[in-house]
Write a protein that binds this ligand. Sequence first.
Ligand SMILES: [Zn+2]
Length: 143
Amino acid sequence: MEPTAAIPKPAPSPTEHSQFFWDAAREHKLMIQRCDDCQRYIHWPQLLCPFCQSERLSPAEMSGKGSVYSFCIVNHVFHPAFAVPYSLVLVELDEQPGLRMLTNIVDCPNDAIRIGMAVEVTFEDGDGYTLPQFRPAAAEVQG
Ligand SMILES: [Zn+2]
């Protein structure tokens, strides 16, 4: 089903704690919150470190490299602005086991997505915001 042009995609609504993520995305950087005390990464942005309850959290720039942890292909229209089918993917970032982002895989046919495939961040500039997405890593495309 083709998207309905008259209905825009819903835009992100940054909060005081997630503003840095969206500001960085606009500069095509992937920034993730990191605990200044236990050094663990946290996603999505929170008030307290879920590991040590520290309030000392800071944005940290990521490599943008990761792998597909799990995925599904969405065939049912949940919102008329989104054309189906599309991928809904949990990417585990290389920096920390269990550090996962819900995202899409782009520049890749849906039937080529595999659990464990290496991916890298890419940025989709939208109307007033930029969305971090992932695509197959360069080595994956050649191989
Ligand atoms: Zn911590």
